[in-house]
Design a protein around this ligand. Structure first.
Ligand SMILES: Cc1cc2nc3c(=O)[nH]c(=O)nc-3n(C[C@H](O)[C@H](O)[C@H](O)COP(=O)(O)OP(=O)(O)OC[C@H]3O[C@@H](n4cnc5c(N)ncnc54)[C@H](O)[C@@H]3O)c2cc1C
Length: 387
């Protein structure tokens, strides 16, 4: 009888969280298994906007898979008729197609020695005292630790228990072919339109030859909404007449509490942990950052269970949850109180957009909770500064 292989770490999901974690583990010499249910490359429903926050954590230079660099960001508040533009000397958002982006990360992990199995869905997980068992159709794999990076519909969350509430934002993504004039009109800027859909926003992200256009809303919590009709109207409002549309839709999970990010020997990362930004729903950067810290925590703690899980929690608290309450507050203000949001943007819009651009670049972070309360109080109570 052959001896059962026990991996130092198994990673489920070869998206940005999982591929990043597998890369750093394998690079350090850990015996690493990466299981992905799809073939790689595969289409992934996503706007593909990568902000500067992820760059220093990404294992590879993503230039070769970047379709477009946006130095300019346009933001409108449609229901207040406001329009802002920010511009920087370096790209604020890099536009990627996720099939090539994710495949490049996976290749890097594999080149470093991670053992990759594609077309291999994990069907169930059993957490033991010393190992975690991952059950697939053909066999079980065993590892000392599991990094669950299997996205919004995580089988690991289902198997091990979802103890922290998250809400799910229904989101549409259309890959849209347009005529040259329309493409040239949109090619230079990432565009965000708030108020174009209740409790959500629409976006236009220019790729190398087409536009990725989408929208998301939290409105479904209160009642049904026809997102496809909203997106049709959104495109019409921008004068976009598609020549061809590929329609996709998915959900983005967003956690409502900080809470533990581990269960036994399993660390949750990326969408499986509900780490997307509650204001923008940006999830690639948090996925990459949490994937990096999941790997680093295991390595730094020398695969000691208590030390590794504590360290991972601390690292995420410090790097992703430091502004948790601020983001929750701003998301409520942004989507739940449009009149207040519009007042703020009418009087301080350009300043706010410049700050958000700096945050997207990774040059600033959101203010602490006490600081944001003071800032908002000043903005609401003091006479607005003249432009
Ligand atoms: C319409 C839309 C637009 C978006 N636009 C942006 C954007 O422009 N910028 C941004 O930053 N974020 C965006 N996001 C969010 C972003 O896509 C996610 O937050 C991000 O992909 C999370 O990365 P991840 O690695 O955690 O999970 P994923 O990228 O979802 O990767 C999970 C992987 O796990 C695999 N998997 C799942 N289950 C199993 C299983 N049982 N066994 C094995 N493998 C499994 C999946 O096939 C997948 O490859 C968008 C999301 C949506 C829905």
């Amino acid at each position: 009888m052959t001896k059962q292989t026990i991996y130092d770490a198994a990673v489920i999901g070869a998206g940005p969280a999982g591929a990043t974690a597998a890369y750093y583990l394998a690079r350090a010499g850990a015996k690493t298994l990466l299981l992905e249910k799809e073939a790689v490359p595969r289409y992934k429903t996503c706007g593909g906007g990568v902000t500067g926050r992820a760059l220093s954590f990404l294992p590879i230079d993503i230039e070769t898979v970047t379709e477009n660099h946006c130095y300019r960001v346009e933001m409108t508040i449609a229901d207040a008729n406001l329009h802002f533009v920010t511009q920087r000397k370096q790209p604020v958002i890099r536009m990627v197609m996720r099939d090539r982006f994710d495949a490049a990360l996976v290749r890097a992990a594999k080149d470093r020695g991670a053992e990759l199995h594609t077309g291999c869905p994990v069907l169930n997980i059993r957490s033991g005292n010393d190992t975690v068992e991952l059950m697939t159709k053909d066999c079980s794999f065993f590892a000392r630790f599991l990094i669950a990076a299997d996205g919004a519909l995580s089988v690991a969350v289902k198997a091990l228990g979802d103890r922290h509430h998250r809400y799910r934002i229904p989101t549409l993504e259309y890959e849209v072919q347009v005529d040259d004039d329309t493409f040239n009109r949109h090619r230079a800027a990432a565009r965000f339109d708030f108020g174009s859909i209740p409790r959500g926003y629409g976006w236009v992200f220019p790729k190398s030859k087409h536009l990725s256009i989408g929208l998301g809303t939290a409105l479904n919590h209160k009642g049904p909404v026809n997102l496809h009709e909203c997106l049709r109207q959104y495109m019409a409002s921008l004068g976009i007449q598609p020549l061809h549309i590929e329609r996709h839709g998915f959900i983005i999970p967003i956690r409502t509490h900080r809470g533990p990010l581990f269960h036994g020997r399993t660390l949750f990362a990326g969408d499986a942990a509900g780490l997307a930004d509650p204001i923008t729903a940006e999830g690639i950067s948090p996925a990459v950052i949490s994937g990096y810290y999941a790997a680093e925590s295991l390595l730094h703690a020398n695969f000691d269970q208590d030390a590794a899980t504590d360290l991972y929690q601390q690292n995420v608290e410090k790097n992703l949850f430091c502004d948790f309450r601020t983001k929750q507050l701003l998301a409520h203000l942004f989507y739940g109180a449009p009149a207040l949001r519009n007042y703020l943007f009418r009087h301080h819009g350009q300043r706010l957009c410049e700050t958000v651009t700096d945050i997207q670049l990774g040059e600033k972070s959101y203010p602490s909770f006490p600081a944001i309360l003071k800032i908002l109080a000043k903005m609401f109570l003091l006479k607005p500064s003249k432009p």
